[in-house]
Design a protein around this ligand. Structure first.
Ligand code: AMP
Length: 286
């Protein structure tokens, strides 16, 4: 596995890879890797000749009051995990290598970026889209891998790729969960042991909704209420949003159909957690 920090060096290395007719798979991450990230790399390995994993804690997607400076990092462990999972090049640029002093350009995927997460994080997705766009330009991948864990992000990247004609196939990968169903996240490390136990209420609430839908409930209002009641059974959790939407347009729906997605954001203490399900399938713990 090669370690590269300079975008220009990566670009010229990959020019050569393309000349040789090899396919390139890109897995963008912010590091502090867990099995969710690894599942993306492993999927990329099965579908491409050369796998580029990136670790970049992207300042553009954090607002001033968010956890940029404390975001968990462990580059030694991440390097080992990337190697083991089959990464060929681990790209870990410094902020100064990615951006010059002032960045004047940004990509904004309107509408999709202002709902759900976008309500409390209005600049988040333009930060994400701008950096993903930059990574696409640096790497020139055939395929790029994103987790369904960040469902809204996945839809935004898909739309950006269509709107800007990126020659990239966006592959959405299933959510990897812990033994109790909690979606793996680098931010789970912020939870103390009591909060971590309480966090299992999130997948339980989503699973309740799934079971109610399997039982024939089609109206979304009672489904949201079931989730809300379950979540609020712990005084330590507060709800940011519970929404039932069309999975692609992210617009709220009043009746569940084949394209429906259920999304949730909560806070436990100071930690904000997100999750979502296909309500027809529910939770599949690992
Ligand atoms: P992050 O490092 O949090 O920016 O995540 C990098 C990529 O890994 C994103 O595409 C995430 O959606 C994906 N990811 C994070 N957690 C999980 C998970 N539990 N299961 C599947 N993919 C995930």
């Amino acid at each position: 596995m090669e370690l590269v920090t300079d975008p220009k060096e990566l670009q010229s290395y990959l020019d050569q890879v393309r000349v040789e007719g090899k396919t390139i798979g890109l897995v963008p991450t912010m590091g502090f890797l867990h099995q969710g990230h690894i599942s993306l790399i492993e999927r990329a390995v099965t579908e491409n000749d050369v796998i580029i994993t990136t670790i970049f804690v992207n300042p553009l997607q954090f607002s001033a009051n968010e956890d940029l400076s404390t975001y968990p990092r462990n580059i030694e462990k991440d390097t080992e995990l990337c190697l083991k999972a089959g990464t060929n090049v681990l790209f870990t640029p410094a902020v100064e290598e990615m951006f010059c002093d002032t960045v004047l350009t940004s990509i904004s995927v309107s509408n999709l970026s202002s709902v759900l997460e976008g309500v409390s994080r209005p600049t988040h997705f333009s930060g994400v889209a701008t950096v993903v766009s930059k990574l696409f330009n640096i790497v020139g991948p055939c395929r790029a891998y994103f987790g369904e864990k960040d469902w809204q992000q996945l839809q935004i990247i898909r739309k950006m790729v269509i709107d800007l004609s990126y020659p990239v196939e966006v592959i959405g990968c299933p959510i990897i969960r812990d033994h109790d169903g909690l979606a793996l996240s680098s931010r789970n490390v912020y939870l103390n042991s009591e909060q971590r136990e309480i966090a299992s209420i999130i997948p339980q609430a989503l699973q309740n909704a799934h079971e109610r839908i399997r039982g024939g409930e089609k109206n979304t209002q009672p489904i949201k209420e079931i989730i809300s009641e379950h979540i609020l059974s712990s005084s330590q959790i507060s709800v940011d949003y519970i929404e039932v939407v069309n999975g692609e347009s992210l617009e709220p729906v009043i009746q569940v159909d084949e394209e429906t997605r259920v999304l949730i954001a909560v806070r436990i203490g100071t930690t904000r957690l997100i999750d979502n399900i296909n309500p027809h399938i529910g939770i599949n713990p690992i």
